[in-house]
Ligand binder design. Structure first.
Ligand code: FAD
Length: 486
């Protein structure tokens, strides 16, 4: 076990991609096995020392940033235990980096289908946030691929559960049998929206207990190990970068495209394209929107598939001559680079402005998407703040990134964000579709679920982490725990 205390070395663990500042901890501990991790948690529980679990640090909500206590960093729990190409299952420790996993899988012609976009994330971090990637349109989030989890509780007990082992009902008390005791978990009774969501604990009637531990943001236990479902690498993947003359054309294309079997359906607005044009001047000047999509295919159907997409693009007035198409790994990598250039360009503006961006992660039911987009555009135009809108249009899930230049604009951006949240919740949407709540979105989760339901979340946490030391201030304010402890 490695213990780091040098402030210059451990400060890297006090940040992620949220821009949240001020994190601190006494030490960062890197356990190398289950026993070491258990010893740390038992000592921390006995002394009531807060523990923050750290994965790859690519989160965007401040969830891995500690405010006191100890950090358990998982980078030494990084074994790929088994890749089984018969059962299409991998057994992995939680500190495995996605990029390393994908490298190993591709040697065997396999892939991890949810493919959360940021390759430096760790498996444990992606399970803990229920991350999803660009291919979420076809494959859904991480949750759909988790077959088993081994979780170390702050009490030192281990929960080792497979999908299908236990089912739980909302509002019920679930007796969970551990090795030498039973704990009672009070399951909340709120209802989640029936759309892609990563806001708060996953709660559904007659749900699999395993799902409770996916998307818990490091608050219920340390994920040690997981069995994940794998897929076979498709024979071919084609990527399209299709520009449109108007936003309406792009949106009506998406409506039709949803009935096709694309892997991803992603969007960039006119402001995103303007930003990218500084680095990629060939982006057509008249383009007001981009739809980026990928399609997996069998070689024998390649030309048929290209034909049907071409017809659909023409029907919706896509700029055919100026759009990009790639069907080789090399060409697709170039398009991927172009897609990734947007977050980089946003980060450069953030640095130049010396002001954090205010980025949303809201999704709404498909039938309300147009209304929500119109609301975004009206409020953003009124605010006068620079912004870009991009994201997972196939799932009615957009990221609005507001780019304030002054303190005053920053405050205005937060107020505008609150207006978006209220509108989305009124439409039956979620305040976080993939990034989670972390330490930055408590007020938004309260609007979505109400204080009483946040208290239910706190009670649930307490039943699994009785000394209340894990991931404090993630999902709900830690003061709620103090209130229920009184
Ligand atoms: C450029 C960029 C693009 C991104 N694109 C996407 C995207 O398309 N989709 C998406 O969903 N996200 C995206 N993200 C966000 C981020 O990659 C995900 O949230 C990812 O799941 C975080 O994983 P991590 O290992 O970095 O976790 P960290 O940031 O280290 O931690 C995140 C949370 O997980 C907890 N945690 C970590 N490991 C464990 C463990 N072993 N046991 C229990 N809890 C644990 C932490 O305590 C914390 O609460 C993006 C980020 C960047 C920077």
């Amino acid at each position: 076990m490695i213990i780091k205390t040098d402030p210059d070395i451990i400060k890297g663990y006090f940040e992620d991609y949220s821009g949240l500042l001020g994190g601190y901890a006494d030490k960062v501990i890197l356990p190398e096995n289950e026993k070491e991790a258990r010893d740390i948690l038992l000592e921390a529980s006995a002394k009531k020392i807060p523990v923050t679990i750290s994965g790859g640090g690519t989160g965007v909500t401040g969830a891995r940033i500690p405010f006191g206590g100890w950090v358990i960093a998982t980078e030494r729990l990084n074994k790929i235990i088994e890749i089984n190409d018969k059962t299409l299952t991998a057994t992995l420790q939680s500190g495995v980096r996605l990029t390393e996993l994908e490298n190993e899988l591709s040697k065997k012609g396999l892939t991890y289908l949810p493919d959360p976009t940021e390759p430096n994330a760790f498996l444990g971090g992606t399970i803990s946030t229920n991350a999803s990637g660009a291919k979420g349109f076809k494959y859904g989030p991480t949750r759909n691929y988790i077959k088993r989890l081994k979780i170390l509780m702050s009490t030192g007990d281990t929960i080792n559960i497979k999908r299908g082992d236990y089912f739980i009902n909302t509002g019920a008390i679930f007796p969970l049998r551990l090795k030498d005791k039973e704990i009672k978990i009070k399951i909340p009774d709120y209802s989640m929206p029936e759309i892609k969501t990563a806001a708060g604990y996953y709660i559904k009637n007659h749900m699999d207990l395993l799902d409770l531990f996916i998307g818990h943001e490091g608050t219920l236990g340390l994920i040690l190990e997981a069995d994940v479902a794998l897929g076979k690498k498709p024979e071919g993947i084609m990527s399209f970068f299709s520009f449109f003359l108007s936003e309406d054309d792009a949106i009506s294309f998406v409506k039709d495209a949803k009935t096709y079997k694309a892997m991803s359906l992603e969007y960039m607005d006119a402001n995103s394209l303007s930003l990218l044009r500084t680095k990629y001047p060939n982006i057509p000047k008249c383009a007001k929107g981009l739809i980026y999509f990928e399609q997996d295919y069998k070689k024998e159907f390649e030309s048929e598939i290209v034909d049907s997409w071409t017809k659909l693009l023409e029907k919706h007035n896509a700029l055919m001559e100026d759009s990009y198409f790639a069907d080789s790994d090399k060409e697709r990598a170039k398009l991927k680079e172009l897609r990734h250039a947007l977050p980089d360009a946003v980060n450069e503006i953030v640095k130049k402005n010396k002001m954090p961006k205010v980025g949303t992660d809201i999704a709404v039911p498909d039938k309300c998407f147009k209304e929500m987009l119109k609301f975004y555009k009206e409020k953003l135009a009124f605010s006068g703040i620079d912004y870009v809108v991009f994201g997972h249009i196939g799932e009615s899930h957009m990221h609005v990134n507001m780019l304030p230049k002054t303190e005053e604009e920053f405050k205005k951006s937060r107020l505008t964000y609150m207006e978006f949240v209220k509108k989305a919740v009124a439409l039956g949407g979620t305040v976080s579709a993939e990034h989670g709540i972390g330490k930055l979105k408590h007020p938004f989760l309260e609007i979505m679920y109400g204080k009483a339901n946040l208290k239910q979340m706190a009670l649930l946490k307490k039943s699994l982490d009785p000394s209340c030391i894990l991931g404090l201030d993630n999902i709900f304010p830690k003061e709620l725990l103090t209130q229920i402890l009184q």
